[in-house]
Design a binder for this molecule. Sequence first.
Ligand code: PLP
Length: 511
Amino acid sequence: MLVHGNDLIVQDRVDQWAMARWQLLLDPRESDQPLFLRIARAITEDITRGRLVPGQRLPGSRPLAAQLGVHRNTVLAALQELLAQGWLTAERARGTFVSETLPVAAPTASPERRRTPRFPMPPEPDLPSRTRPFRPAPRGMVHLGHGTPDPRLFPVDALARSWRRVLRRDGPALLAYGPSSGNPALRRALAEMLGSLRGVAATPERILVTRGSQMALDLCARSLLSPGDGVAVEALGYRPAWGALRLAGATLHPVPVDDEGMDVGALARLLRRCPLRAVYVTPHHQYPTTVTMSPARRMELLALARQHRLLILEDDYDHEFHYEGRPVLPLASEDDGGTVVYLGTLSKVLAPGLRLGFLASNEAVIERLVRVRELMDLQGDHTMEGAVAEWIEEGDLQRHVRKMRLCYQERREALCEALEKHLAGALSFQVPRGGISLWAQVTPGLEVATWVEACRERGVSLVPGWQHTFDGSDPGALRLVFSSSTPAELRRAAQRMASCLPRGRGVRAAP
Ligand SMILES: Cc1ncc(COP(=O)(O)O)c(C=O)c1O
């Protein structure tokens, strides 16, 4: 008995020594899995790899939880799972052991295998890489590259109250399947808003609510174009739009832009050379230069489109933000619905994460798009759509817009002043009349890629200009967004950008 007892003590010491050296490592790529399953999987992998051997004792749940920095109950849930599957056995008062008779393991996939499928994938179409931020920003980083509103100014509580009110009131209807064209209340509110504020004659039947205007564009590309159709796009322009058009098989033809927007003369010359089906434009604030298409150009574009039976995809992504007088009305306000499909978004006015966009066109187009939408997404989030509809009806959205307009105007001024003060030798720009960004020319000879990289290191994130050119060449310019940073942050960013310049490139020397 005594000998047996000593054996046990010796065995315990060996176990403790082995366990002290065993470190359970979790695979960070599986971070979307519940934690207890990740722990269970990590243990089975250690068993199949031989890092844990049959009969070996596992550390107690407390030290294991401490090692992993998780709650003990999470470790207990993982151990329960493995006991149930037969990977572990438990002995009363002695602990938990790797089972002597292991279950037949399904061959574990190698990390490489987990990333690539066995089946062949067709060649990848020429798609842009993701251009928007999707990770939390490192602390203190000032973002001048991405055109988003300032999330700190979003009226979270007010939206939460509307959302709760709408769900309480209309819950059973909202939680059932609903129309693919969008929450009827939001279609009504948008139609009213387009009519009264943007001069677009829309009825609810002529509105389709989408998850962001990117989806609206994707639906148009899939449903209104055939593979091989030619589409004219602005170059400089908006890469995600090019991607959606290409995904539908369109052949893109770049048309230059100048300080009046898309060069419609160049478009007319293009039309003589090759047939086109559509043209994608951002006439209100050309993306990324922010210039407004001149009235003459607008007339020419509409006339040209009618003459050649072109579809105009008009992307009016930041209509509300104009600082000098009234906004220019959309092309769609001069159309009877036969030429222009009008794309709008709430991503700039409210928040991109809400994924709320819309499209206005004639009823035949809307019906066609709704049938396609039914197959890919069925419907959007009708509760959120209902909450936003309430906001529009109550005038809250317009109040928010007025507040944001003043705020962004102040930020625009702060950025312009700071650039003049710290970066006059490196950047030149026109003060934008509207929008949430400015387009700055970089002094020739300044290595933009190196500068952008150095700025990132110093806590200022910029999007390199090549993201906006059709052929990926450097346009020698940068789009600087002022909406998402406070005046103080913008001033700090300009100072930091100046500190990253090669010597002598900052403030222009006095003449
Ligand atoms: C030119 C342009 N169109 C549309 C959008 C809005 O896209 P979404 O409504 O899908 O968020 C953006 C946002 O970055 C944009 O810059």
